[in-house]
Design a protein around this ligand. Structure first.
Ligand code: GAR
Length: 202
């Protein structure tokens, strides 16, 4: 059974989808053992508490520097013996030193079809605002490995979602969450945990 650490910053609906996938059996080869938020007020922390999962707040400003912040993150992840690190609405860009330290062990969910509407500055509702401004008829979500290029790591899974007339950033965000993010993130987690477990037993 793989140990999973989920990094969050906000509402935590993707964290909720992961926890529900554990209960329903979609995720059966791994378990969330730790939730880390960079914001004390993140509702995701309430979700972790309700599920009885250990959580920690590690704030970059409170740490004093990016190095200290990332070193606190790395220490918490290693203390939890996490195999897989999942960025589920985590709104901090991680340094090349950090991503190299956990190479092919960090994944992220991004709310567009990469390479559209991604990279630095494209997060949360801003992604959907940009998609609507460009007039695309399809958007979606992508799960990818995290490397030193923001949203530039190997793509693991994508799902397209229709953009409808009259969509606002909020209606498009919710449709992409429901029809893509909350499905492909748990499925990809299970796939990686299962493959990792099989490699060890060979
Ligand atoms: C999600 O839509 C996620 O894809 C996005 O932020 C939202 C977080 O929602 N992530 C990014 O934009 C990362 N660049 P949640 O806290 O309810 O899961």
């Amino acid at each position: 059974m793989k140990r999973i650490c989920v990094l969050v910053s906000g509402g935590g609906t993707n964290l909720q989808a992961i926890l529900e996938a554990q209960t329903s059996g979609i995720i059966k080869s791994g378990r969330v053992v730790l939730v880390i938020s960079n914001r004390k007020a993140a509702y995701a922390l309430e979700r972790a508490k309700t599920a009885g999962i250990e959580s920690k707040v590690i704030n970059r400003l409170k740490c004093g520097s990016r190095e200290a912040f990332e070193s606190a993150l790395a220490n918490a992840i290693e203390a939890a013996h996490a195999d897989l690190i999942v960025l589920a609405g985590f709104m901090e860009i991680l340094s090349p030193a950090f991503t190299r330290r956990f190479e092919r062990r960090i994944i992220n969910i991004h709310p567009s079809l990469i390479p559209s509407f991604c990279g630095e500055g494209f997060y949360g509702l801003k992604v959907h605002e940009a998609a609507l401004a460009r007039g695309v008829k399809l958007s979606g979500a992508t799960v990818h490995y995290v490397n030193e290029i923001p949203d530039g790591g190997e793509i693991l899974c994508q799902k397209a979602v229709e953009v409808l007339d009259g969509d606002t950033p909020e209606t498009l965000q919710l449709r992409i969450m429901k029809q893509a993010e909350w499905i492909i993130l748990p499925e990809t987690i299970e796939k990686l945990c299962r493959e990792g477990t099989q490699e060890e037993t060979i």
